[in-house]
Design a protein around this ligand. Sequence first.
Ligand code: ZN
Length: 321
Amino acid sequence: MENRGKHFKDESGIFERESYHVRSIMNQRKRRNELKTKVVLFGTAFVLVAALTVLAFKLAGLNGSNDNNDNVAAAGSPSGSGEEGTGNKQKKKDEKSKDKEQPVKEVSATGQKRWLRDGLDPDKPMVALTFDDGPYTPVTSKILKVLKKYDARATFFVVGSRVPQYEDMVKQAYEQGNEIATHTYNHANLTKLDKKGIKSELDKSKKVIKDVIGCSYSTLRPPGGSINDTMRNVIKVPMIYWSVDTEDWKSRNAKSVLKECKVIQDGDIVLMHDLYPSTADAVKKLVPRLVKEGYQLVTIDELFHYKGIDAKGGKVYMSGR
Ligand SMILES: [Zn+2]
């Protein structure tokens, strides 16, 4: 019995040892399985994080290129129509935006972009119609309609503080290829301001214009036509006077404006204001008349470019002659 008992004990011992062995193998397997699970989980997490990172970069890239288009892209095309999906469509959108930036294709010596079209005939007469003190939708929209109808261009010397309110007019003028220039931010008499004051007027003007059309102005018309040496030193774009004054602000009469325009000749810069309905009425007759007489209606930048005038920052120009 003892032996058997011993044997049993032995067997039992063997059994216990075997049982321990099996348990340790099972434990090892368990640990291995746990490790495998951890590796798989970690791998999945890593792949997920990598995918999310790539996605985030792609999204950031899309947003970036939209920002580069500035507001020009948003202006005419149906924005947010869900076209951003594929690369090709994005490319097409970029090209579209470039078309809209067409008037601004050359950088001047002062670093400002210039408002130019190809295909004008330098041997044919040119005239630059200019409009101060706007924008003002009831008048500006009528003028733009006429300009569009006759494929004519003009320059709008906008008052910066008015731009946010009449943003759509500025956009439309720009998209039709007109030049958006500055008439300061507050219609300020710049001769009464010091350097800092002048710079502030110019910086604020630049910002509001850029916010709407994506680029800045390349010429300035000083309010009241007042100029001094401080302005000549601080202002980095050409200052534009006029050679024909329609006195539209004084007469507020279309017939009278048209009469003043009878003196127009090649190279003239004509002063008007897109604030008065009478001015819009005059433009409606003046533009077809000038086109019929063979004039090319151009922006200030186009006038200088095609007349071979190298307009310099801080200098005053009265015409394209
Ligand atoms: Zn003015």
